[in-house]
Write a protein that binds this ligand. Structure first.
Ligand SMILES: Cc1ncc(COP(=O)(O)O)c(C=O)c1O
Length: 384
């Protein structure tokens, strides 16, 4: 085992870009020299390249993954009187976008394995007002799409992918981005394709909604200073697009590095005999996991103490997410209570994300697992 006492970051976003620095500098210089710093040719090229990598025809670049969710919902005309089904175990952005477009969020619990929305729970939530299902691809792996497609087809619903955490993942060998009517990507720095600030994109095969979203992201203007609809400023900077164009060709090799790191974690955890203490993430049938996060479930109610112990040794770890959405203060008027979504609530109590990023070393992973083992196998101290 590696020497103790060395910290490990949860995520190191510099390491994978080190060798790309000259190309990134050149991309920045190209944009600055062009004088076109918002939208423009770099953005158009980036939109085409991302759409192609997702196996679809169109991309609409925007300011963030949150903007992408809002553009998707507004672009599809979802609003007041409509219901959107989504899981309560996801980042707040998913529900925030639904509420801000005027629609009503309706929660459906998740599956214990994989943390995706549970199709059986979705089926129970459908009403005549349901318009869409938000399939959140959490932690780097897709939701179980086949049953969701069947439900959507039966009830004439739209499936929207919240793919913020899972660009590059696959389901039945189809890429994320091509699994619903629209898919929302985030290029937040720690994502699979991380930028140098905020940006995002909606990808789709729907040309009409693409046009609507392009208009919405510029305050609904078409032509200039004539407003067809009430949009907002959701534009993407040309600098982000140009820098991300340098990184995009490396996405698959970085995902491969994440997968190798995940598999090393599995063997280290097994070798340390931690099987009964830490449940490792599973790659579910028909899916290719990208391990944007390596999330373990900590047994015996020890998650919070393990987190404290790791942090005390400067080992980065995080709880995604400590409180499910239905129990958040600002959503209290939805009238939910503890116990309504037991699988989400159990996940919120037991999950812990361990350090993972392209370039993480075996030594760093040994430090993480060694520290987990030292804590989890320590004899319980009785109070004096
Ligand atoms: C599941 C999910 N959806 C949406 C978002 C929002 O993306 P952004 O931070 O780019 O606005 C995030 C960001 O972490 C996310 O994890």
């Amino acid at each position: 085992m590696a020497a103790a006492g060395k910290g490990v970051p949860l995520c190191d976003i510099q390491i994978s870009c080190k060798d790309l620095r000259p190309s990134i500098d050149a991309a920045v210089a190209r944009v600055l020299d062009s004088g076109q710093v918002i939208l423009g040719p770099e953005v158009v090229a980036f939109e085409q390249e991302v759409a192609e990598s997702c196996g679809v025809g169109f991309g609409v670049g925007c300011g963030s993954g949150s903007d992408a969710l809002s553009l998707a919902l507004h672009g599809l005309g979802i609003g007041q009187g409509d219901e959107v089904i989504l899981p309560p175990y996801t980042f707040f952005a998913t529900v925030g976008a639904v509420i801000r477009c005027g629609a009503t969020p309706v929660f459906a619990d998740i599956e214990a394995e994989g943390y995706g929305i549970d199709p059986a729970c979705v089926a129970d939530k459908i009403t005549p007002r349901t318009r869409a299902i938000m399939a959140v691809h959490l932690f780097g792996q897709t939701a179980d799409m086949e049953p969701l497609w069947r439900i959507a087809e039966k009830h004439d619903l739209l499936v929207i992918e919240d793919a913020a955490q899972s660009m590059g993942a696959r389901y039945q060998d189809k890429p994320v981005g091509s699994l619903g009517a629209l898919a929302c990507l985030s290029f937040y720095p720690s994502k699979n394709l991380g930028g140098f600030g905020d940006s995002g994109m909606v990808v789709t095969n729907d040309s009409e909604t693409t046009r609507t979203m392009q208009i919405l992201r510029g305050h609904g203007m078409d032509p200039r200073y004539y407003h067809k609809m009430v949009g907002w400023n959701a534009r993407i900077d040309a600098l982000q697009a140009a820098m991300l164009r340098v990184k995009l060709p490396y996405l698959n090799s970085w995902i491969e590095q994440r997968r190798q790191a995940a598999s090393r974690y599995m063997s280290l955890i097994q070798r340390q005999g931690l099987d009964g203490h830490l449940e490792t993430p599973s790659e579910l049938p028909n899916r290719m996991h990208t391990y944007n996060q390596f999330v373990v479930s900590v047994a015996h109610g020890k998650r919070d103490q393990l987190l404290q112990s790791l942090r005390a040794q400067s080992i980065g770890c995080e709880i995604y997410y400590p409180l499910p959405l239905h129990l958040q203060e600002c959503l209290a008027d939805m009238g939910h209570k503890a116990g309504d979504f037991p699988v989400s609530e159990a996940a919120a109590k037991s999950t812990l994300a361990l350090p993972i990023f392209p370039g993480i070393t075996m030594e760093q992973q040994e430090i993480v697992v060694g520290a987990c083992a030292a804590f989890l196998r320590a004899p319980v101290r009785m109070a004096a």
